[in-house]
Write a protein that binds this ligand. Structure first.
Ligand code: ASP
Length: 323
């Protein structure tokens, strides 16, 4: 988890965002409650605020929840200053930016994903093509590159000067050889006013990862899951820990059983903690959105933030920590 500076300094995020209190041990604060029929978007991290703004604009224009989550997360993918997603993401151990992304339509459970894809700024758009134009769910590596080219996506060098410099420093040993510091996925779940839902998830994964390593983000059921009959969820954190508990699917399944989204998130995080109590660096966070607009979010560790956009505005919220 890369602690964002503002947490330490307490500074505000931006003109459009208000830092609100999030979930408490008693349940959700009133500020996070929403009304059925009102478009709602939830995303991971403070960069989720600008992604949510785009997604909300798409929803308000009458487009689908799938379109909203795709366009929303693309804002973060295309931002070179965000070093954990898309263009500008930190590379793998060989200096190559390898991206993982997925998208899911909660109406029919259709989904698409790409993994270990290099050279394309918006892997979520390639994932959507997988969903809509192939009989498959996941395409990886060189096959994903060829597929993207065949669909007209333009190749681009994703390694910015800043990311290259960071990689050189890491190789020279100036940085701790720790893969748990530099990563943070954008996961997003959206609900439109018709009750239709979708989710997307996109990341450059763990910095300095072994080439070919695939995290949770492109794995449906792990990095994201969405069923409009119930709700959706998405994950961030150490992908291997998310995969071990089928994280996002399990959050949605708890909601299907009637568990409140906040409790559903907590129950899955507790599974992570129960099996990994001595490795605090193996942290995980989840967001959840129920079909009626109720949200949940929490992390095993402190420092996680989410962005919630609904009729009350679009704001960053500090999530509760179970540790
Ligand atoms: N879950 C991502 C991965 O393991 C990283 C993150 O969200 O921090 O690739």
């Amino acid at each position: 988890m890369k602690r964002r500076k503002f947490l330490a300094t307490g500074s505000v995020l931006g003109a459009s965002s208000i830092l609100a209190r999030g979930a408490t041990s008693q349940g959700l604060a009133a500020t996070t409650r929403v009304t059925q029929g009102v478009p709602t978007v939830i995303a991971t991290w403070d960069f989720g605020v600008k992604a949510n703004a785009k997604a909300m604009a798409v929803l308000k224009s009458g487009s689908s929840a799938v379109e909203a989550v795709q366009q929303g997360v693309m804002i973060v993918e295309s931002d070179p200053k965000i070093t954990s997603v898309g263009y500008g993401g930190l590379p793998n151990a060989s200096g190559v930016v390898e991206l993982d992304a997925s998208i899911m339509d909660g109406n029919d459970l259709e989904c698409g994903a790409v993994a270990a894809l290099s050279g394309f700024e918006n892997p979520v758009s390639v994932a959507r093509k997988v969903m809509e134009e192939t009989p498959h769910v996941l395409i990886v590596g060189s096959g994903a590159r060829e597929f993207a080219l065949s669909k007209g996506f333009q190749e681009r060098d994703l390694l910015t000067d800043a990311a290259r410099e960071a990689w050189h420093k890491w190789r020279e040993g100036e940085r701790k050889k720790d893969q748990t510091e530099d990563h943070d996925t954008i996961g997003m779940v959206a609900l439109d006013s018709r009750g239709q839902m979708a989710a997307a998830c996109t990341t450059s994964g763990l910095a300095w990862k072994i080439p070919g390593r695939v995290g949770d983000s492109p794995l449906v059921g792990h990095g994201l899951y969405c069923d409009s009959k119930v709700g959706g969820a998405a994950a961030t954190g150490i992908g291997e820990e998310v995969i071990k508990v089928c994280g996002s699917y399990q959050v949605v399944e708890f909601m299907r059983q009637g568990v409140h989204p906040q409790m559903a998130v907590r129950k899955v995080l507790q599974r992570v903690l129960d099996r990994q109590p001595t490795k605090p660096e193996r942290w995980v966070g989840f967001i959840a959105l129920r079909k009626d607009g109720e949200v949940g979010f929490a992390s095993t560790n402190t420092g996680f933030q989410v962005a919630v956009a609904n009729r009350d505005g679009n704001r960053a919220i500090v999530a509760e920590s179970l540790r």
